[in-house]
Write a protein that binds this ligand. Structure first.
Ligand SMILES: NC(=O)c1ccc[n+]([C@@H]2O[C@H](COP(=O)([O-])OP(=O)(O)OC[C@H]3O[C@@H](n4cnc5c(N)ncnc54)[C@H](O)[C@@H]3O)[C@@H](O)[C@H]2O)c1
Length: 276
């Protein structure tokens, strides 16, 4: 029997308080992991307590806007000091934007790129600096190279929650910036996988199709009803995905059972949307 056990492992999930992130948090908790959940707007303390009670694991909650690299550096340092060394990083936090390209403001474009694309870079840069024992601070003038020149077998796992929007441009809604941010994120996973393979760190992406969360819950009145019909008609399994549909793959992918040979991959979990 294959069993997956995360006892003694620390898993960090950005935006783990709701939606797909919450599904991921619960799936790791069920497998025995200690969780770090980051949040911005709503403190998920009550949700964290409920997970602790249901699964008998520790859940630590940290405020951390994903796009603020200085706060990300601080949070990663605090986690190491207060909880311990992170084993698995899930960069899940993301935002969508349905907007015609010609109506998009600079601020909107920057915001979506910062949260969806730059933030996973900030987070994994901070964590990998810590794993390699090089100074975390961006402003450090230290020449300490830590372990970066060594061949290592750290056995650490990084997973980006990307999207099939990074593979095909979703229709009929206009979301060029979101699509581009996710295409960039999937390529970032590949690129970092190449850079960090020699340290025993795997970096993979997962690309969900339409998953029933707040992100797709409120298409604009009127035309939104038509969108939903089209989204469903383009999904061969004829249902929305659930957070669990995504989370269970992630738990396997980041486990010791998955080994270290799969890296730089993008796992598509989309009910068949990208078949045709
Ligand atoms: N729902 C879908 O159909 C779908 C499909 C493909 C990919 N995704 C991706 O899955 C991930 C989770 O989305 P979801 O569907 O659960 O949506 P959601 O809106 O329910 O959750 C998004 C999470 O990201 C967090 N977040 C947003 N901005 C943040 C910031 N600046 N700093 C830190 N955290 C922030 C939110 O607090 C929330 O926890 C996203 O990256 C999204 O792009 C979703």
């Amino acid at each position: 029997m294959i069993s997956i056990d995360y006892s003694g492992k620390i898993v960090l999930i950005t935006g783990g308080g709701r939606g797909i992130g919450l599904g991921i948090a619960k799936a790791f908790a069920e497998a025995g992991a200690t969780l770090i959940i980051t949040y911005t707007s709503t403190n998920p303390a009550a949700t964290a307590q409920a997970i602790e009670k249901q699964y008998g694991v520790k859940v630590h909650v940290y405020y951390c806007p994903a796009e603020k690299s200085d706060l990300v550096d601080e949070m990663v340092e605090e986690v190491a000091a207060e909880v311990g060394e992170i084993d698995v990083v899930i960069a899940n936090a993301g935002v969508s934007l349905w907007r015609d390209a010609i109506d998009m403001t600079d601020a909107e474009l920057l915001n979506i790129m910062q949260i969806n694309l730059f933030a996973p870079m900030y987070l994994t840069r901070a964590v990998v600096r810590q794993w390699l024992k090089v100074p975390v601070s961006l402003h450090s003038s230290s020449s300490d190279r830590g372990l970066r020149d060594q061949k290592l077998h750290l056995g650490k796992k990084i997973l980006f929650v990307s999207s099939i929007s990074g593979i095909v441009a979703m229709t009929p809604q206009k979301q060029a910036a979101y699509n581009a941010s996710k295409a960039g994120l999937t390529m970032l996973a590949k690129s970092l996988a190449g850079e960090w393979a020699g340290y025993g760190i795997t970096v993979n992406a997962i690309s969900p199709g339409y998953i029933q969360t707040d992100m797709i819950a409120n298409p604009p009145p009127g035309e939104g009803e038509e969108w939903v019909k089209i989204w469903k008609s383009m999904t061969p399994v004829d249902r929305w995905g659930t957070a669990e549909d995504v989370a269970n793959h992630i738990v396997l992918l980041c486990s010791d059972r998955a080994g270290s040979f799969m890296t730089g991959s993008d796992i598509v979990v989309d009910g068949g949307y990208t078949i045709f």
